[in-house]
Design a protein. Structure first.
Length: 167
């Protein structure tokens, strides 16, 4: 059984420093959209969709990332490739973007490793979607089809209520 952790008190002794994050190698991976939110781009003066995506390699090692889609005609190709990847749009056909079908959707993407500078100026490697791809023929891994409800329940169980935080 997986260790789901436990609550700590304000004066609990702590020791675990966590593990060092290592991105998955560049390659093609199945992804699942864990969540998404609406936003705005000041640079392009358009709406954005910020996708929270999870990818896993064949051994089950996961990487989570955020991918922002610009709702702008210059990036229509990327929107089309995303919706084709999650099997909503057909090649060469017009499609009205249905954002209600995005959360929990899964698809295929080419992922790259990119350097990122953190707020404290540390340079780290992260995974980023290079391009969304049409789904390959063949079997789909079971993990991408698992309902998000199970994951949401685990996340909620581990969340600290806002009124329990001292700040």
């Amino acid at each position: 059984m997986a260790d789901t952790g436990h609550a700590l008190g304000w004066n609990s002794e702590i020791e675990n420093d966590g593990s060092t994050f290592e991105p998955l190698p560049a390659g093609r991976y199945w992804f699942r959209v864990l969540d998404w939110s609406r936003g705005k781009s000041d640079a392009k003066k358009c709406d954005t969709a910020k996708l929270k995506i999870e990818i896993r390699n064949v051994e089950g090692k996961a990487s989570k990332m955020t991918e922002t889609l610009l709702l702008h005609s210059n990036f229509e190709w990327k929107l089309s490739s995303f919706f084709r990847s999650i099997d909503e749009k057909q090649h060469g056909k017009k499609y009205v973007m249905d954002w209600t079908k995005v959360k929990g959707a899964f698809g295929w993407a080419r992922v790259k490793v990119e350097q990122f500078t953190t707020r404290d100026n540390a340079v780290i490697d992260i995974n980023r979607v290079d391009t969304f791809l049409d789904r390959p023929e063949g079997s789909i891994p079971a993990w991408v089809k698992e309902p998000l409800e199970a994951q949401r329940t685990l996340d909620e169980a581990q969340a600290v209520p806002e009124d329990d935080c001292p700040f």
